[in-house]
Design a protein around this ligand. Sequence first.
Ligand SMILES: Cc1cc2nc3c(=O)[nH]c(=O)nc-3n(C[C@H](O)[C@H](O)[C@H](O)COP(=O)(O)OP(=O)(O)OC[C@H]3O[C@@H](n4cnc5c(N)ncnc54)[C@H](O)[C@@H]3O)c2cc1C
Ligand code: FES
Length: 320
Amino acid sequence: MSGGVEIPVVVSDIEQATPTVRRFRLTAASGQPLPHFAAGSHVVVMMESGERIIRNAYSLVDRAEDGSSYSIGVLKTRDSRGGSRFMHERVEVGSRLKISMPVNLFPVFAPGRRHLLVAGGIGVTPIYAMADELKRQGADYEIHYAVRDEAHGAFVGELRERHGDRLTLYRSDLSEVLAVREILPGQPFGTHLYVCGPQGMIDAVLEGGREAGWPKEHLHSEHFQAPPSGDPFSARLAKAGITCEVRSDQSLLEALEEAGVDAPFLCRGGACGQCEVAVVDADGELVHNDHYLSEDERSSGRKIMLCVSRLKGRELVLDL
Ligand SMILES: Cc1cc2nc3c(=O)[nH]c(=O)nc-3n(C[C@H](O)[C@H](O)[C@H](O)COP(=O)(O)OP(=O)(O)OC[C@H]3O[C@@H](n4cnc5c(N)ncnc54)[C@H](O)[C@@H]3O)c2cc1C
Ligand code: FES
């Protein structure tokens, strides 16, 4: 795959962390230690589902001390287009999968004076790894974690055990609200904030930070949610002379892969820029779902990110 090297792994343990989240331990099939990763990294997990190959990004929660395994936490999403359902329903102990090398688009800013880690729901996976890394470094940090209720809060017990009163939990069933206006004031200059969770929460936290006058370089976020499906369209590759159909429930990148095109990617979530392609022509509106292009680049209509964006129209011609 064009995410680079593939690492074969065996699922060595599965824990039902909450009614909807499973933690999978992925052990290197080779018996060799898995690469070290910096907190905030994810891997792309490749799942063979009959004829279809599903590739989803999952943040790395931890690496065993001896390097033999990683763990990931996967939420079973409602109306899944396949990947999280596959992980929950088809993967069992002993299953063989392939993963990419770890990629980090959400790193901890090491020189930061203080670190505010903010998680909502499954957004806790990179935050878990960040908190462990900061603890190891003896850094100053706080964890703010919003959950539906204690039973649906993945890894709450472990976070409490490892980080004690550095963890503040917000339970919706108790009407506890993570109010960004309350946690931002009074933080020393040089504090960095990291947020991962539902889109609405990320937007509110970043907006709160900007309103409070925080420099944008101190506000870090990662988005998990894949964009909604859209209408089908055709993608014509001008150089390769190939045309493929993009179904409503698949990304442009997936349609190209299905047609045998080895397109580059790293995050498959519209954040890294790796899958950017020049648009030669489009007979409709480009639906940009990425977090990478600037407003000017989007409105120019000359670039598209294959992993998340699509066309609302009939035919898109790409410089590929
Ligand atoms: C960097 C990163 C880290 C992540 N870490 C975690 C984690 O730790 N735990 C976790 O549970 N989830 C994580 N996710 C989300 C995860 O990758 C999946 O999106 C999630 O599991 C849901 O996948 P799904 O296949 O079940 O369903 P859906 O969300 O329904 O679909 C995802 C699929 O939609 C496709 N798609 C993308 N854009 C379009 C489009 N415009 N039109 C149609 N289809 C499209 C994608 O190719 C993907 O296969 C992460 C995502 C990213 C980007
Ligand atoms: S693969 Fe990262 S933006 Fe598309």
